[in-house]
Ligand binder design. Structure first.
Ligand SMILES: [Mg+2]
Length: 372
């Protein structure tokens, strides 16, 4: 099995060939990392959540920028891993660079739908029904999908799918008479009511809506599992994952069987295999040692910590207290998804990790020495 096949779980490996990693490759001019004159080289990397770790809404978390710049100065592989989406990695890297005040490259950012880039070429060549925000076609094309029909386009060609509101301003490129091979919901769809109907139609069929089958045969991928998210409103807002909850319920009511769906985003396994692949590529390009440890820093026990804890022995979960998790009396860790390390904030966590890795010599601060 090659590295790209390993990206996908066994039930998907038949779809996997050699996902395109070329967009993540960079010609590094880095020498073998030698900090403070040591001959040791780095054999670990960091996977960092954004909301609640580096940012809180639009506000920077104190010393987050300094923590990132410390990692950069030591040329330690790191990446941002967020369940957000709806934008390309290039757009997200620019957004995070502006908000946090230090630059990130696109290959250092993984959003919920990034694993789609690594799907096999044969999978990308089959007709994909793609649903999501208005830029979904461009997003899917950026991942190398070659045969896409969006919900708007399919609806415009087949108005009986949703006869009440047929889109009139859609540029129809072809008739799309062939079988739909797979369905991808690449983040929150724009038109829930219509799109719930169309997805149910397709996944209940043999690839031609209306031709009902007894068992689901059309693979469904869904990116953006968060049921709700924190925003400026005093109570959380419904996230992309709320669409999936509706879809699962409607599918069950219609068929009496549970929906089969591969979910992309934390805490799901495919997301961590993709992150490991991206981080290992970065480490290789920086002439680092093979990664022995991957520190996953996050604020959400049920996603960041649960996902890292389940991702394998190389992963070390690190829970910070600047977001969802709050330490309470007599309870210094999350009871349901305990982290390997609990730290007040990202900057302290970075120092703790650096101090614990004997291969990176230097004077790092302890928790009590850092005052925020
Ligand atoms: Mg978070």
């Amino acid at each position: 099995m090659n590295a790209s096949e390993a990206l996908l779980p066994s039930n998907l490996r038949s779809m996997a060939l050699d996902g395109d990693r070329s967009n993540f490759r960079r010609n590094s001019t880095s020498e073998i990392i030698s900090v403070d004159g040591s001959n040791d080289i780095v054999d670990f990397g960091l996977v960092i959540d954004v909301d609640g770790v580096l940012l809180r809404g639009n506000s920077k978390i104190p010393n987050a920028k300094e923590g990132i710049e410390l990692l950069k100065s030591l040329r330690i592989p790191f990446m941002l891993l967020t369940n957000g989406g709806g934008k390309t990695e290039v757009e997200m890297a620019e957004k995070f660079s502006n908000k946090i005040g230090t630059s990130f490259e696109d290959f250092q950012v993984q959003v919920s739908h990034t694993p789609l880039r690594f799907m096999s070429e044969s999978f990308k060549n089959g007709l994909t029904l793609a649903l999501g925000p208005p830029n979904t076609r461009a997003l899917m094309e950026s991942y190398g999908f070659k045969n896409i029909v969006t919900a708007d386009e399919y609806h415009a060609v087949y108005p009986n799918l949703w006869p009440d509101e047929v889109p009139t301003n859609v540029e129809i490129q072809k008739e799309w008479t062939e079988r739909i091979n797979n369905v991808v919901v690449a983040y929150t769809p724009s038109n829930w009511y219509r799109d719930l109907q169309i997805v149910c139609d397709v996944v209940r069929s043999d690839g031609y809506p209306g031709n009902l089958v007894e068992h689901q045969s059309i693979p469904l991928f869904f990116a953006g599992p968060d049921f709700e998210y924190a925003a400026e409103m005093s109570v959380p807002r419904l996230g992309a994952g709320a669409f999936l909850k509706c879809l699962e319920h409607l599918f069950y009511l219609s068929t009496g069987t549970p929906l089969s769906c591969t979910v992309l985003g934390k805490p799901h396994k495919l997301t961590y295999e993709c992150a490991m692949n991206i981080l290992e590529t970065q480490a290789y390009n920086q002439n680092c040692q093979p990664l022995q440890k991957i520190y996953a820093i996050g604020d959400n026990p049920s996603t960041d910590i649960a996902g890292a804890n389940a991702a394998g022995s190389r992963w070390v979960s690190v829970l910070v207290e600047t977001g969802l998790f709050k330490r309470v009396a007599n309870q210094n860790n999350d009871p349901n998804h305990p982290a390997k390390i609990v730290s007040p904030d990202f900057y302290t966590a970075v120092h703790h990790i650096l101090a614990s890795r004997k291969k990176v010599p230097g004077k790092y601060l302890t928790e009590s020495e850092i005052s925020l």
